[in-house]
Design a protein around this ligand. Sequence first.
Ligand SMILES: Cc1ncc(COP(=O)(O)O)c(C=O)c1O
Length: 396
Amino acid sequence: MNKSSETEISSALIKNYTRYNIEFTGGKGAYLYDSKGKKYLDFLSGIAVTGFGHCHPKITEAVEMQLHSYWHISNLFESPGQELLAKKLSKISGLDKAFFCNSGTEANEAAIKFARLYNKDKFKIISAIGSFHGRTLGSLSATGQYNLWKDFKPLVPGFTYVPYDNTVAIEHSIDEYTAAVILEPIQGESGIIVPSEGYLRKVKEICERNDILLILDEVQSGTGRTGKYFAYQWEEVLPDMITFAKGIANGFPLGGVIVSDKVAEFITPGSHGSTFGGNPLAVAAANQVLDLLNSDTLNDIQLAGTGLKETLNILTSEFIKEIRGKGLMTGIELIPEISAKKTAKELLTNGFITGTSGDSVLRLLPPFIITDKEIKDFAEGLSFVLQPENVDKLKK
Ligand SMILES: Cc1ncc(COP(=O)(O)O)c(C=O)c1O
Protein backbone atom coordinates (compact mmCIF):
# COMPACT_ATOMS: atom_id res chain seq x y z
CA MET A 1 0.00 0.00 0.00
CA ASN A 2 1.48 3.39 -0.92
CA LYS A 3 1.35 6.46 1.28
CA SER A 4 -1.46 8.20 -0.62
CA SER A 5 -3.84 5.22 -0.35
CA GLU A 6 -3.15 5.05 3.40
CA THR A 7 -4.15 8.69 3.68
CA GLU A 8 -7.24 8.07 1.59
CA ILE A 9 -8.38 5.15 3.75
CA SER A 10 -7.87 6.93 7.04
CA SER A 11 -9.53 10.12 5.79
CA ALA A 12 -12.79 8.22 5.24
CA LEU A 13 -12.98 7.39 8.95
CA ILE A 14 -14.13 9.72 11.69
CA LYS A 15 -11.09 10.69 13.73
CA ASN A 16 -12.28 9.44 17.12
CA TYR A 17 -9.28 7.07 17.37
CA THR A 18 -5.56 7.71 17.10
CA ARG A 19 -4.42 4.85 14.89
CA TYR A 20 -0.88 3.58 14.39
CA ASN A 21 0.17 3.55 10.78
CA ILE A 22 0.38 -0.26 10.65
CA GLU A 23 -1.75 -2.64 8.64
CA PHE A 24 -1.93 -6.14 10.07
CA THR A 25 -2.54 -8.90 7.57
CA GLY A 26 -2.59 -11.94 9.83
CA GLY A 27 -2.27 -13.30 13.32
CA LYS A 28 -1.41 -16.62 14.94
CA GLY A 29 -1.16 -17.33 18.65
CA ALA A 30 0.63 -14.48 20.41
CA TYR A 31 1.86 -12.88 17.15
CA LEU A 32 0.54 -10.46 14.54
CA TYR A 33 2.11 -9.86 11.11
CA ASP A 34 1.96 -6.62 9.14
CA SER A 35 1.73 -5.91 5.41
CA LYS A 36 5.52 -5.50 5.27
CA GLY A 37 6.10 -8.94 6.74
CA LYS A 38 7.14 -7.65 10.17
CA LYS A 39 6.28 -9.84 13.19
CA TYR A 40 4.91 -8.37 16.43
CA LEU A 41 4.56 -10.01 19.84
CA ASP A 42 1.08 -9.06 21.00
CA PHE A 43 1.09 -7.93 24.65
CA LEU A 44 -2.25 -6.15 24.28
CA SER A 45 -4.58 -8.87 22.89
CA GLY A 46 -6.82 -6.31 21.20
CA ILE A 47 -7.24 -4.64 24.65
CA ALA A 48 -7.87 -7.75 26.76
CA VAL A 49 -9.90 -9.59 24.12
CA THR A 50 -7.97 -12.36 22.32
CA GLY A 51 -7.05 -14.26 25.49
CA PHE A 52 -6.44 -17.51 23.65
CA GLY A 53 -4.40 -15.79 20.97
CA HIS A 54 -5.14 -15.12 17.32
CA CYS A 55 -6.98 -17.75 15.28
CA HIS A 56 -7.02 -20.40 18.02
CA PRO A 57 -7.79 -23.63 16.09
CA LYS A 58 -10.56 -24.83 18.44
CA ILE A 59 -12.34 -21.46 18.54
CA THR A 60 -11.99 -21.10 14.77
CA GLU A 61 -13.51 -24.56 14.32
CA ALA A 62 -16.44 -23.77 16.65
CA VAL A 63 -17.22 -20.55 14.76
CA GLU A 64 -16.83 -22.29 11.39
CA MET A 65 -19.36 -24.95 12.38
CA GLN A 66 -21.87 -22.30 13.38
CA LEU A 67 -21.09 -20.31 10.22
CA HIS A 68 -22.45 -23.18 8.13
CA SER A 69 -25.55 -23.60 10.29
CA TYR A 70 -27.03 -20.11 10.71
CA TRP A 71 -25.69 -16.66 11.53
CA HIS A 72 -28.63 -14.89 13.05
CA ILE A 73 -32.17 -15.78 14.03
CA SER A 74 -33.06 -12.97 16.50
CA ASN A 75 -33.99 -13.41 20.13
CA LEU A 76 -37.57 -14.40 19.25
CA PHE A 77 -36.63 -18.09 19.08
CA GLU A 78 -34.98 -20.71 21.26
CA SER A 79 -31.22 -20.40 21.46
CA PRO A 80 -29.51 -23.61 22.62
CA GLY A 81 -26.09 -21.92 22.33
CA GLN A 82 -27.13 -19.08 24.64
CA GLU A 83 -28.71 -21.56 27.09
CA LEU A 84 -25.50 -23.57 27.26
CA LEU A 85 -23.36 -20.45 27.68
CA ALA A 86 -25.66 -19.07 30.39
CA LYS A 87 -25.41 -22.37 32.30
CA LYS A 88 -21.62 -22.33 32.08
CA LEU A 89 -21.51 -18.68 33.23
CA SER A 90 -23.84 -19.43 36.11
CA LYS A 91 -21.66 -22.34 37.21
CA ILE A 92 -18.40 -20.38 37.12
CA SER A 93 -19.80 -17.17 38.64
CA GLY A 94 -22.09 -18.50 41.36
CA LEU A 95 -24.95 -16.32 40.04
CA ASP A 96 -28.09 -17.56 38.35
CA LYS A 97 -29.16 -16.12 35.00
CA ALA A 98 -27.59 -14.35 32.02
CA PHE A 99 -28.53 -11.74 29.44
CA PHE A 100 -26.40 -11.28 26.32
CA CYS A 101 -25.58 -8.13 24.38
CA ASN A 102 -22.67 -7.10 22.16
CA SER A 103 -20.18 -5.06 24.19
CA GLY A 104 -19.06 -3.92 27.61
CA THR A 105 -20.82 -0.59 27.43
CA GLU A 106 -24.10 -2.33 26.60
CA ALA A 107 -23.57 -4.79 29.42
CA ASN A 108 -23.24 -1.93 31.91
CA GLU A 109 -26.17 -0.12 30.33
CA ALA A 110 -28.28 -3.25 30.95
CA ALA A 111 -27.02 -3.61 34.53
CA ILE A 112 -27.96 0.02 35.29
CA LYS A 113 -31.47 -0.61 33.95
CA PHE A 114 -31.78 -3.89 35.86
CA ALA A 115 -30.75 -2.13 39.10
CA ARG A 116 -33.52 0.43 38.57
CA LEU A 117 -36.03 -2.33 37.75
CA TYR A 118 -35.16 -4.23 40.91
CA ASN A 119 -36.44 -1.49 43.15
CA LYS A 120 -38.48 1.12 41.31
CA ASP A 121 -38.32 3.59 44.20
CA LYS A 122 -34.54 3.74 44.00
CA PHE A 123 -32.52 5.21 41.14
CA LYS A 124 -29.15 6.42 42.44
CA ILE A 125 -25.96 4.58 41.55
CA ILE A 126 -22.63 5.05 43.26
CA SER A 127 -19.52 4.57 41.17
CA ALA A 128 -15.81 5.21 41.65
CA ILE A 129 -13.66 8.11 40.58
CA GLY A 130 -11.33 6.91 37.82
CA SER A 131 -13.69 4.12 36.80
CA PHE A 132 -14.46 3.26 33.19
CA HIS A 133 -17.77 1.63 32.32
CA GLY A 134 -18.28 2.54 28.66
CA ARG A 135 -19.22 5.21 26.17
CA THR A 136 -23.01 5.13 25.78
CA LEU A 137 -24.75 7.75 27.88
CA GLY A 138 -25.80 5.48 30.76
CA SER A 139 -22.46 3.75 31.13
CA LEU A 140 -20.62 7.02 30.44
CA SER A 141 -22.60 8.60 33.27
CA ALA A 142 -21.44 5.73 35.49
CA THR A 143 -17.85 6.43 34.45
CA GLY A 144 -16.06 8.50 37.08
CA GLN A 145 -13.91 10.48 34.65
CA TYR A 146 -14.88 14.11 34.07
CA ASN A 147 -12.66 14.37 30.98
CA LEU A 148 -14.60 11.65 29.21
CA TRP A 149 -18.05 13.12 29.78
CA LYS A 150 -17.56 16.88 30.08
CA ASP A 151 -18.56 17.49 26.42
CA PHE A 152 -21.70 15.35 26.55
CA LYS A 153 -23.68 16.88 29.37
CA PRO A 154 -26.34 16.59 30.60
CA LEU A 155 -25.56 13.11 31.82
CA VAL A 156 -28.09 10.55 32.95
CA PRO A 157 -29.10 11.76 36.42
CA GLY A 158 -28.54 9.79 39.60
CA PHE A 159 -24.81 9.01 39.54
CA THR A 160 -22.48 9.82 42.45
CA TYR A 161 -18.70 9.35 42.32
CA VAL A 162 -16.61 8.37 45.32
CA PRO A 163 -12.88 7.68 45.71
CA TYR A 164 -11.94 4.12 44.72
CA ASP A 165 -10.81 1.75 47.47
CA ASN A 166 -12.62 3.81 50.09
CA THR A 167 -15.58 2.14 51.80
CA VAL A 168 -16.29 5.05 54.14
CA ALA A 169 -17.02 7.26 51.13
CA ILE A 170 -19.52 4.69 49.83
CA GLU A 171 -21.22 4.47 53.19
CA HIS A 172 -21.54 8.27 53.36
CA SER A 173 -23.03 8.51 49.86
CA ILE A 174 -25.87 6.07 50.44
CA ASP A 175 -29.34 7.51 50.91
CA GLU A 176 -32.89 6.18 50.66
CA TYR A 177 -32.79 6.46 46.84
CA THR A 178 -29.57 4.50 46.32
CA ALA A 179 -30.16 1.46 44.10
CA ALA A 180 -26.65 0.12 43.51
CA VAL A 181 -22.89 0.44 43.68
CA ILE A 182 -20.95 -0.27 40.48
CA LEU A 183 -17.22 -1.00 40.64
CA GLU A 184 -14.40 -2.57 38.68
CA PRO A 185 -12.59 -5.19 40.83
CA ILE A 186 -9.39 -3.76 39.32
CA GLN A 187 -9.56 -0.40 37.55
CA GLY A 188 -8.21 -1.02 34.06
CA GLU A 189 -8.42 2.14 32.00
CA SER A 190 -7.14 4.39 34.76
CA GLY A 191 -3.89 2.47 35.25
CA ILE A 192 -4.41 -1.08 36.58
CA ILE A 193 -5.36 0.04 40.08
CA VAL A 194 -5.66 -2.92 42.45
CA PRO A 195 -7.69 -2.07 45.58
CA SER A 196 -6.69 -3.21 49.07
CA GLU A 197 -7.50 -6.75 50.09
CA GLY A 198 -10.97 -7.00 51.58
CA TYR A 199 -12.33 -3.91 49.77
CA LEU A 200 -14.96 -5.77 47.76
CA ARG A 201 -15.99 -7.87 50.76
CA LYS A 202 -16.52 -4.71 52.81
CA VAL A 203 -18.48 -3.06 49.97
CA LYS A 204 -20.70 -6.12 49.68
CA GLU A 205 -21.36 -6.04 53.41
CA ILE A 206 -22.36 -2.33 53.16
CA CYS A 207 -24.63 -3.10 50.19
CA GLU A 208 -26.34 -5.95 52.01
CA ARG A 209 -26.87 -3.88 55.14
CA ASN A 210 -28.50 -1.10 53.09
CA ASP A 211 -30.42 -3.36 50.70
CA ILE A 212 -28.65 -2.08 47.60
CA LEU A 213 -27.16 -4.06 44.75
CA LEU A 214 -23.48 -4.61 44.05
CA ILE A 215 -22.64 -4.59 40.34
CA LEU A 216 -19.11 -5.65 39.44
CA ASP A 217 -17.83 -4.61 36.03
CA GLU A 218 -15.66 -7.55 34.94
CA VAL A 219 -15.48 -6.40 31.32
CA GLN A 220 -11.70 -6.11 31.44
CA SER A 221 -10.77 -8.14 34.54
CA GLY A 222 -13.09 -11.09 33.85
CA THR A 223 -13.00 -14.33 31.84
CA GLY A 224 -9.66 -15.47 33.13
CA ARG A 225 -7.59 -12.30 32.78
CA THR A 226 -6.41 -12.25 36.41
CA GLY A 227 -6.10 -16.03 36.78
CA LYS A 228 -9.61 -16.55 38.20
CA TYR A 229 -12.77 -16.79 36.11
CA PHE A 230 -13.69 -13.37 37.50
CA ALA A 231 -11.43 -11.06 39.49
CA TYR A 232 -13.92 -10.79 42.40
CA GLN A 233 -13.24 -14.46 43.08
CA TRP A 234 -9.88 -13.48 44.60
CA GLU A 235 -11.96 -12.15 47.47
CA GLU A 236 -14.62 -14.86 47.66
CA VAL A 237 -17.38 -12.32 47.51
CA LEU A 238 -20.57 -12.74 45.49
CA PRO A 239 -21.98 -9.61 43.80
CA ASP A 240 -25.62 -9.30 42.67
CA MET A 241 -24.67 -8.63 39.05
CA ILE A 242 -21.56 -9.08 36.94
CA THR A 243 -21.01 -7.44 33.58
CA PHE A 244 -18.60 -9.02 31.09
CA ALA A 245 -17.52 -8.63 27.45
CA LYS A 246 -14.02 -8.34 25.87
CA GLY A 247 -12.38 -11.78 26.36
CA ILE A 248 -15.54 -13.86 26.53
CA ALA A 249 -15.63 -14.67 22.79
CA ASN A 250 -11.92 -14.16 21.94
CA GLY A 251 -12.69 -11.36 19.48
CA PHE A 252 -16.31 -11.85 18.46
CA PRO A 253 -18.46 -9.03 19.83
CA LEU A 254 -20.30 -10.36 22.85
CA GLY A 255 -21.13 -8.90 26.24
CA GLY A 256 -23.59 -9.66 28.95
CA VAL A 257 -24.82 -9.52 32.50
CA ILE A 258 -25.09 -12.40 34.96
CA VAL A 259 -27.53 -11.74 37.78
CA SER A 260 -28.83 -13.41 40.91
CA ASP A 261 -32.36 -14.82 40.84
CA LYS A 262 -33.54 -12.02 43.13
CA VAL A 263 -32.68 -9.50 40.36
CA ALA A 264 -33.76 -11.73 37.43
CA GLU A 265 -37.29 -11.91 38.85
CA PHE A 266 -37.84 -8.23 38.01
CA ILE A 267 -36.65 -8.43 34.40
CA THR A 268 -39.73 -9.15 32.33
CA PRO A 269 -40.36 -9.46 28.55
CA GLY A 270 -39.93 -6.13 26.80
CA SER A 271 -38.00 -4.47 29.62
CA HIS A 272 -34.69 -4.79 27.79
CA GLY A 273 -33.34 -6.36 24.61
CA SER A 274 -30.96 -6.32 21.66
CA THR A 275 -31.33 -7.44 18.03
CA PHE A 276 -27.81 -8.82 17.79
CA GLY A 277 -27.30 -9.66 21.49
CA GLY A 278 -26.07 -13.23 21.92
CA ASN A 279 -25.34 -13.63 18.20
CA PRO A 280 -24.90 -17.36 17.39
CA LEU A 281 -21.35 -16.96 16.00
CA ALA A 282 -20.19 -15.01 19.05
CA VAL A 283 -21.90 -17.48 21.37
CA ALA A 284 -20.24 -20.44 19.61
CA ALA A 285 -16.87 -18.76 20.16
CA ALA A 286 -17.70 -18.03 23.81
CA ASN A 287 -18.80 -21.59 24.53
CA GLN A 288 -15.44 -22.78 23.23
CA VAL A 289 -13.57 -20.10 25.23
CA LEU A 290 -15.21 -21.33 28.43
CA ASP A 291 -14.30 -24.93 27.54
CA LEU A 292 -10.69 -23.85 27.20
CA LEU A 293 -10.79 -21.85 30.42
CA ASN A 294 -10.52 -24.41 33.21
CA SER A 295 -8.62 -24.86 36.44
CA ASP A 296 -5.45 -25.81 34.53
CA THR A 297 -5.51 -22.78 32.22
CA LEU A 298 -6.41 -20.48 35.13
CA ASN A 299 -3.42 -21.86 37.00
CA ASP A 300 -1.22 -21.27 33.93
CA ILE A 301 -2.44 -17.65 33.78
CA GLN A 302 -1.55 -17.15 37.45
CA LEU A 303 1.91 -18.65 36.89
CA ALA A 304 2.48 -16.59 33.73
CA GLY A 305 1.39 -13.45 35.62
CA THR A 306 3.84 -14.16 38.42
CA GLY A 307 6.55 -14.96 35.87
CA LEU A 308 5.87 -11.72 34.01
CA LYS A 309 6.11 -9.63 37.17
CA GLU A 310 9.27 -11.41 38.35
CA THR A 311 10.92 -10.99 34.95
CA LEU A 312 9.98 -7.31 34.80
CA ASN A 313 11.15 -6.73 38.36
CA ILE A 314 14.62 -7.94 37.40
CA LEU A 315 14.81 -4.98 35.02
CA THR A 316 15.10 -2.50 37.91
CA SER A 317 15.06 0.35 35.42
CA GLU A 318 15.40 3.80 36.93
CA PHE A 319 12.52 4.82 34.64
CA ILE A 320 10.01 2.37 36.16
CA LYS A 321 8.16 3.57 39.24
CA GLU A 322 5.96 0.55 39.93
CA ILE A 323 4.84 -2.76 38.45
CA ARG A 324 1.38 -3.87 39.57
CA GLY A 325 -1.63 -5.98 38.69
CA LYS A 326 -3.00 -9.48 38.97
CA GLY A 327 -2.48 -12.44 36.66
CA LEU A 328 -2.01 -11.18 33.13
CA MET A 329 -3.50 -7.75 33.82
CA THR A 330 -0.35 -5.78 34.49
CA GLY A 331 0.50 -2.10 34.64
CA ILE A 332 3.98 -0.61 34.52
CA GLU A 333 3.97 2.89 35.93
CA LEU A 334 6.82 4.90 34.46
CA ILE A 335 8.40 7.87 36.19
CA PRO A 336 6.43 11.09 35.51
CA GLU A 337 9.05 12.46 33.05
CA ILE A 338 8.55 9.53 30.64
CA SER A 339 5.55 9.32 28.31
CA ALA A 340 3.77 5.96 28.29
CA LYS A 341 2.46 6.65 24.77
CA LYS A 342 5.93 7.37 23.39
CA THR A 343 7.25 4.25 25.14
CA ALA A 344 4.46 2.10 23.67
CA LYS A 345 5.25 3.55 20.22
CA GLU A 346 8.93 2.77 20.60
CA LEU A 347 8.08 -0.77 21.74
CA LEU A 348 5.92 -1.12 18.64
CA THR A 349 8.83 -0.09 16.42
CA ASN A 350 10.75 -2.90 18.12
CA GLY A 351 7.98 -5.42 17.46
CA PHE A 352 6.03 -5.38 20.75
CA ILE A 353 2.39 -4.35 21.01
CA THR A 354 1.35 -2.81 24.34
CA GLY A 355 -1.32 -0.41 25.56
CA THR A 356 -1.31 2.61 27.81
CA SER A 357 -3.50 4.00 30.60
CA GLY A 358 -3.22 7.74 31.04
CA ASP A 359 0.14 9.47 30.58
CA SER A 360 2.36 7.23 32.66
CA VAL A 361 1.17 3.63 32.67
CA LEU A 362 2.07 0.96 30.13
CA ARG A 363 -0.68 -1.62 30.04
CA LEU A 364 0.23 -5.26 29.45
CA LEU A 365 -2.60 -7.64 28.61
CA PRO A 366 -0.82 -10.54 26.90
CA PRO A 367 -2.72 -13.63 25.75
CA PHE A 368 -3.12 -16.49 28.22
CA ILE A 369 -1.01 -18.73 25.97
CA ILE A 370 2.08 -16.55 26.45
CA THR A 371 5.23 -18.57 27.09
CA ASP A 372 8.19 -17.91 29.43
CA LYS A 373 10.37 -17.34 26.38
CA GLU A 374 7.95 -14.70 25.01
CA ILE A 375 7.83 -12.99 28.41
CA LYS A 376 11.63 -12.90 28.41
CA ASP A 377 11.67 -11.51 24.85
CA PHE A 378 9.28 -8.74 25.87
CA ALA A 379 11.27 -7.87 29.00
CA GLU A 380 14.45 -7.63 26.91
CA GLY A 381 12.63 -5.40 24.41
CA LEU A 382 11.41 -3.11 27.19
CA SER A 383 14.85 -3.08 28.77
CA PHE A 384 16.35 -1.96 25.45
CA VAL A 385 13.73 0.77 24.94
CA LEU A 386 14.33 2.07 28.47
CA GLN A 387 18.15 2.19 28.18
CA PRO A 388 19.36 5.57 29.52
CA GLU A 389 20.84 6.39 26.08
CA ASN A 390 17.45 5.74 24.41
CA VAL A 391 15.04 7.52 26.74
CA ASP A 392 15.52 11.09 25.51
CA LYS A 393 12.91 10.49 22.82
CA LEU A 394 10.47 9.07 25.40
CA LYS A 395 10.35 12.24 27.50
CA LYS A 396 7.03 14.07 27.78
C1 LIG B 1 -14.08 -2.07 32.82
C2 LIG B 1 -14.67 -1.74 31.48
N1 LIG B 1 -15.99 -1.59 31.36
C3 LIG B 1 -16.58 -1.31 30.19
C4 LIG B 1 -15.84 -1.15 29.05
C5 LIG B 1 -16.51 -0.84 27.76
O1 LIG B 1 -16.48 -1.98 26.93
P1 LIG B 1 -16.72 -1.87 25.37
O2 LIG B 1 -15.59 -1.10 24.79
O3 LIG B 1 -16.80 -3.29 24.91
O4 LIG B 1 -18.02 -1.17 25.18
C6 LIG B 1 -14.45 -1.30 29.11
C7 LIG B 1 -13.62 -1.11 27.92
O5 LIG B 1 -12.44 -0.85 27.97
C8 LIG B 1 -13.84 -1.59 30.36
O6 LIG B 1 -12.53 -1.73 30.49
